[in-house]
Design a protein around this ligand. Structure first.
Ligand SMILES: *[C@@H]1O[C@H](CO)[C@@H](O)[C@H](O)[C@H]1NC(C)=O
Length: 537
């Protein structure tokens, strides 16, 4: 008796656990929606369906709606599906592939760009091509701030006759936003909103207008008009222009506050090619996946097939190896290099040593090299040394840093934010040191207080000076000497340290990035009311 009741009990537990197991698996299957990009045999549409859209809808349940349909660089649609719906769809004969959507991110740190800024005189190729006058360039990014001088259409000829694109309007993007320079503007947010819900229209524009800055910056670097005088806080003063100053721009906004969604990116490619662009430029990327699962590679393949040149940023994951993205052989992957210009702002230590740094701080200086200030390392304060050394929000004790120059380490928060933390705590200036991983590569930032960036070895030297001075019970002192804009710097170009490196993780036999272009400390257009001009991480 006892053995049979044990058996029964055991059986019951087994039954219970197996049923609860399959129940929870079903719950997962039925309720988790994911966006898929679906490739179809385009020519297989039965004639009973008036359009491809009708046909696509017929393969989905009535509650599922299409996000986008694609019919130029790719044939198919995107939709949010449960995994069982996706499995079912895969069994239909006209479905070729289901590609799970990825979310991409902007490539750059607000500073660096993959195509450079060039000044007037070098003509040659530019002159022969009439500065790109007949060329239409699609910029797939965060939109545009069309009122910038870089986008004026003075003296430009009529819009090329082949153009079939559109300038969509909205209350913050009137029809006057387009002209003979910005000839097209569209936005794609259906993929973004089907994952994230409706966008917050207080913090971003439901229109091609740029609320981030990245798209305005890249568009003006690619094809901005000549702007004079241009400068950033007095640095890099001169005549600014994009690489093809007469080329026409068509803007496809696909990046929103939560990222850039594959289904929208593919719709932008589809639209750009059918609008009649000659070039697609994008500075967006994600993790590297096989080409057949990569919406950017797929969109770019269709575009190349239509004779459109596709240029994409290699990414900012350097200096480590295997960091390059956008690696498909039919995409030109562009890394970032320096130009022969920099913005020296050196640290003069109390022991006479000079540590080279860079900065585009534009306010009053600290006085000459003779006038020195107390110097502290944020991380040597008692307490939470780690977050203090990084100058994170609230980590600095005003008693410790007030009136002093503060050495902070790079990482976690943005470079400009560290400057704000030091300023708020009463510091008089900041020296920002690279970590071992950052190496010696420096980005010149716009800071709100006197500040400069130094390499990893410079940071070590300054830390050692501070700790030696402490041991000797003598005060550590230093200052920053700002030297403005220096040109004819040699050697140049040098690959920027943040620029992503090969080898190519998908096809190691194909070298990537293909080329580098000026991409460090580049002056270009920027929207109103958006953050600091060059810097972030
Ligand atoms: C929308 O964004 C604004 C500005 O950032 C913010 O104040 C507001 O709380 C946000 N609204 C919602 C519903 O998230």
């Amino acid at each position: 008796m006892s053995s049979s009741s044990t058996f029964l009990l055991l059986f019951f537990i087994l039954l219970l656990s197996s049923s609860s197991f399959s129940l929870s698996a079903n719950v997962d299957n039925d309720h988790t929606l994911k966006t898929y990009v679906v490739k179809v045999h385009y020519d297989a549409k039965p004639s009973i369906f008036p359009t491809h859209k009708h046909w696509y809808e017929s393969s989905l349940s009535s509650s599922t709606s299409l996000i986008h349909t694609y019919d130029t660089v790719f044939h198919g649609f995107s939709a949010r599906l449960t995994s069982s719906e996706a499995q079912q769809l895969k069994t239909l004969p006209h479905i070729i592939a289901l590609i799970p959507e990825q979310v991409r991110h902007l490539h750059t740190t607000r500073s660096p760009q993959f195509l450079g800024l060039k000044t007037s005189d070098s003509a040659g190729l530019l002159k022969e091509s009439d500065f790109g006058s007949d060329l239409v360039i699609a910029v797939i990014d965060t939109g545009i701030w069309p009122e910038r001088q870089s986008f004026n259409d003075r003296d430009l000829g009529p819009v090329p006759a082949k153009w079939k694109g559109q300038c969509v309007t909205a209350k913050d993007f009137p029809s006057s936003s387009c002209n003979r320079k910005v000839i097209g503007a569209r936005f794609f947010c259906q993929g973004y909103e089907s994952t994230n819900g409706k966008m917050n229209e207080t913090s971003e524009f439901r229109s091609p207008r740029d609320s981030d800055g990245h798209g305005t910056h890249t568009a003006s670097i690619v094809a901005g008009r000549y702007v004079f005088p241009a400068s950033t806080l007095g640095y890099a003063r001169g005549l600014a222009s994009g690489m093809a100053p007469k080329a026409r721009l068509s803007v496809y906004k696909v990046c929103w506050n939560a990222g850039c969604y594959d289904s929208d990116i593919l719709a932008a490619f589809d639209s750009a090619v059918s609008d009649g662009v000659d070039v697609v430029s994008l500075s967006v990327g994600g993790v590297v996946v096989p080409y057949y699962l990569d919406a950017i590679a797929i969109g770019a393949f269709g575009a190349s097939d239509h004779g459109v040149f596709v240029s994409a940023s290699a990414g900012n994951g350097g200096p480590g190896g295997l960091t390059v993205t956008n690696v498909a052989p039919w995409v030109t992957s562009v890394g970032a290099g320096t130009i022969d210009r920099d913005f020296p702002a050196d640290v003069h230590l109390g022991n006479g040593k000079i540590v080279p740094g860079v900065s585009v701080y534009g306010g009053p200086g600290l006085g000459g090299p003779e006038k020195k200030y107390s110097l502290v390392y944020a991380g040597s304060e008692e307490g939470d040394g780690y977050s203090a050394s990084l100058c994170l929000e609230g980590s600095l004790d005003p008693k410790y840093v007030e009136g002093k120059l503060v050495l902070c380490d790079r990482g976690i928060n943005s470079r400009a934010a560290k400057g704000e933390v030091v300023k708020k705590a009463g510091g008089i200036g900041m020296i920002l040191a690279n970590g071992v991983f950052d190496g010696e590569g420096l980005v010149a930032d716009c800071h709100l207080l006197p500040a400069t960036a130094v390499g990893a070895s410079g940071g070590d030297e300054i830390r050692k000076y501070i700790s030696d001075a402490e041991k000797a019970k003598s005060p550590a002192i230093a200052t920053i000497v700002f030297k403005g804009t220096r040109v004819n710097v040699k050697p140049a170009p040098v690959v920027a340290s943040f620029s992503a490196r090969g080898p190519n993780p998908e096809s190691p036999e194909i070298l990537k990035p293909d080329v580098i272009a000026p991409g460090l400390n580049i002056l270009a257009a920027w929207p109103d009311k958006v953050g600091t001009i060059w810097g972030s991480f």
